[in-house]
Design a protein around this ligand. Structure first.
Ligand code: PEP
Ligand code: MN
Length: 273
């Protein structure tokens, strides 16, 4: 083995892994679109977003109940109340969900309310958390650490795989560079590189990668052109009043436009949305 990761490696498994979440398959021909607000703010807010993204054709609803905010004074999420809203909305619109799990103590709880457990960028090297979700049966969406190399990213996936959970979906969400105009710098080459090195599916989050709503559609298009298995997009009914990450959120109308613009790109690379 030429790399330090083994189970995640393309050499250990030549065929692409397909990760199933209900009727949704990551790593197949269909490009999986995940959309929703950064944070669950209220029942009304999540219902409104879910209704609009369902109409636009998304496969999975995203929404955070526990938010790892940079400032201790920022909105930390609704916690368990948010998880209950997420489950209710998921049932109402028949949309599987993904939500971030912040620590080892909330893995079981989040797993009871959501279909996919998200490991955030700030926790990519929290090895105890990686091992804990590795013991869970739930699929895991592993976001790239903002200062992590691709090898470190795949080694984080290796922790989950080697703890017994083969259902890992990788997510490129941009890395820290000297650039300050964008929140992070989207590393597009990571997509085909990960495809070379690993059999795991990889999706892209252009919302957190850019931090600017005007850049989300072009970067979503580019991600699909580069071979991404999916995209994850922040959508908010009123981005200006969002309690978290409003600058990068698309309105439902802008999101529908994104779907329309991405469909022909998917077709051009032999896939569909
Ligand atoms: C998120 O997706 O809500 C999030 C906090 O993203 P990241 O961990 O990539 O910063
Ligand atoms: Mn966010």
């Amino acid at each position: 083995m030429s790399h330090s990761f083994k189970l995640a490696s393309r050499q250990s498994k030549h065929q692409n892994s397909e990760i199933q979440v209900g009727n949704v398959v990551f790593g197949g021909t269909k490009i999986i679109v995940i959309a929703g607000p950064c944070a669950i703010e209220s029942r009304d807010q999540l219902f409104e977003v879910a209704r609009s993204v369902k109409l636009a054709g998304v496969s999975i609803l995203r929404a955070g109940a526990y938010k790892p905010r940079t400032s201790p004074y920022a909105f930390p999420g609704l916690g368990i109340e948010g998880l209950k809203i997420l489950k209710e909305v998921s049932g109402e619109f028949q949309l599987p969900t993904v939500t971030e799990v912040l620590d080892i103590h909330s893995v079981e709880e989040c797993g009871q309310y959501s279909d996919i457990l998200q490991i955030g960028s700030r926790n990519m090297q929290n090895v105890n958390l990686l091992k804990e979700v590795g013991k869970s049966k739930k699929p895991v969406l592993l976001k790239r650490g903002m200062s992590s190399t691709v090898e470190e990213f795949l080694l984080a996936a290796e922790y989950i795989l080697s703890s017994g959970n083969p259902n890992v979906i990788l997510c490129e969400r941009g890395i820290r560079t000297f650039e300050t105009e964008t929140r992070n710098t989207l590393s597009l080459s990571t997509i085909p590189l990960v495809k070379e090195l690993s059999h795991l599916p990889i999706i892209v989050d252009p919302s957190h990668a850019t931090g600017r709503s005007s850049l989300v559609v072009p970067m979503a298009r580019a991600s699909i052109a580069a071979g991404s298995d999916g995209i994850m997009i922040d959508v908010h009914p009123d981005p200006q009043s969002a309690l978290c990450d409003g600058k990068q959120a698309l309105t439902p109308v802008q999101f529908t436009q994104l779907m329309n613009e991405c469909a022909p790109i998917a077709k051009a690379v032999g896939r569909f949305l």
